[in-house]
Design a protein around this ligand. Structure first.
Ligand SMILES: [Zn+2]
Length: 331
C-alpha cells in the first residue's frame, strides 16, 4: 500500500489523483496526503499507513524526497525536499507560526508569512537555521521531481519498501504486564523494551532531532535504551547495588529485553522472582526519571541517590500495589 504514497506524489494530473483531490483535498490541512477523515474507504486505509510505519520507527514522510525544479509541486514545510527531513519536523516552532501550513516551495522561498514575528530564542534559532538551509535553493524552469532515496535507483519499489520495513521493524514481543507496578510504569517498560522511548538516539532516528545524541548522564556513549539501562555508568552502579541487596548474581545485560529477562534465570522462588522483576522495573523507571530531571530541569546527576529511590519505590509498590504488609524475600 505504500506504493500509493509514491504514486500520489508522482502522478500529478492523473485521473485517479484528481478524484482523490476532489474528494479529500482540504485547504487547511497539512497532512502528507489529502484526507477527509469522515470518508471511509481504501484511501483512508492508505493514509493510516503513516501510523503503521511510525510504530516501526519509520517516518513515511522521510522516505519520499522532492527535488526542486519550479517549486510548484513540493510543499515547503510538509514535504521533504531539503536537509534531513520535512521542515515542519526540523523547525517545529517556526511551523507553528506559519500562516499557510501547506504553502508551496515557490511561494515561500521569497517571503515569510507568520501569524506573529518569531521572538523566542528557539524561534530565532530555528529561523536562522531554516533560512540558511533554504538559501542555496534556486528555482528552475523544470517541474519538481520525486525520488525514493532509500533505493539506489530512485523510483519506488515494493521490494525496497519491504526490505526497509524488515530492516527497521521491531518484532512484536509480548511484554509480560506486571500487576504490581503502576500502569504508567508498565507502559514505560514496554516502550523501553522496544526501544521506543524518546531517547536522543530514538529522536534522531525518527528525524525529530539533529545534533548530538550523547548520553547526558555519563557523557560517554550514544543515548538509546540499551545504553541508558545497561551500559551507562548510572545503570552499572545501580544494578551492582541492587544485585547485592537482592543477594542474586551480578546483573549483566546488553539489551533491555535481556534485563527484564534476568529474573527468569535466577534459581529462586516464584515470589522472589516477582519481587526482583518489580525491582528491575523500579530501577529502569528511576534511571529514566533522573535522566529527564537532568535534561529538562537542569538537576545534577545523582548516581548515589538512585539506589535509595529504588528502595523507596519498591517498598511503596509492595505495600500499595502488592498489598503486602510484611517485607520478606520470599513473598
Ligand atoms: Zn550514559
Amino acid at each position: 500500500m505504500a506504493k500509493w504514497w509514491w504514486r500520489y506524489k508522482t502522478e500529478k494530473g492523473s485521473v485517479w489523483r484528481n478524484v482523490v483531490d476532489a474528494t479529500h483535498f482540504n485547504q487547511n490541512s497539512w497532512g502528507y496526503l489529502p484526507i477527509k477523515k469522515g470518508i471511509s474507504g481504501s484511501w483512508n486505509m492508505i493514509n493510516k499507513l503513516e501510523k503503521e510505519f511510525a510504530t516501526r520507527n519509520l517516518n513515511i514522510r522521510s522516505l519520499i524526497k522532492g527535488s526542486c525544479g519550479n517549486g510548484l509541486d513540493i510543499r515547503f514545510w510538509v514535504d521533504w525536499w531539503v536537509g534531513d527531513g520535512p521542515l515542519m519536523e526540523c523547525y517545529p516552532a517556526l511551523f507553528a507560526l506559519e500562516k499557510q501550513k501547506s504553502v508551496l516551495v515557490a511561494e515561500r522561498l521569497t517571503v515569510w508569512d507568520w501569524r506573529r514575528s518569531p521572538i523566542s530564542v528557539q524561534e530565532l534559532v530555528e529561523l536562522q537555521g531554516c533560512s540558511t538551509l533554504v538559501s542555496t535553493t534556486v528555482l528552475l524552469p523544470t517541474v519538481d521531481k520525486w525520488s525514493w532515496p532509500s533505493s539506489p535507483d530512485g523510483p519506488f519499489s515494493v521490494s525496497q519498501c519491504r526490505n526497509l520495513l524488515a530492516k527497521y521493524a521491531v518484532p512484536f514481543y509480548p511484554f509480560s504486564w506486571f500487576k504490581w507496578v503502576p500502569r504508567k510504569v508498565s507502559v514505560f517498560a514496554w516502550r523501553a523494551e522496544q526501544d521506543r522511548l524518546p531517547t536522543y538516539n530514538g529522536l534522531k532516528r525518527r528525524r525529530i532531532l539533529s545534533g548530538s545524541s550523547l548520553c547526558r548522564v555519563c557523557g560517554d556513549g550514544e543515548e538509546d535504551a540499551a545504553h541508558l539501562f545497561n551500559s551507562c555508568v548510572a545503570a552499572a552502579l545501580l544494578w551492582q547495588q541492587i544485585s547485592s541487596w537482592c543477594r542474586i548474581p551480578p546483573i549483566y545485560a546488553h539489551t533491555v529485553r535481556d534485563l527484564f529477562d534476568v529474573p527468569n534465570h535466577i534459581g529462586c522462588s516464584a515470589g522472589k522472582k516477582d519481587l526482583i522483576k518489580m525491582i528491575i522495573l523500579a530501577g529502569t523507571w528511576t534511571i529514566w526519571k533522573m535522566r529527564n530531571e537532568v535534561i529538562f530541569q537542569g538537576k545534577r546527576v545523582n548516581l548515589q541517590g538512585l539506589f535509595g529511590e529504588v528502595q523507596a519505590i519498591t517498598f511503596a509498590w509492595v505495600k500499595h500495589k502488592a498489598k503486602k504488609k510484611e517485607w520478606t524475600w520470599e513473598m
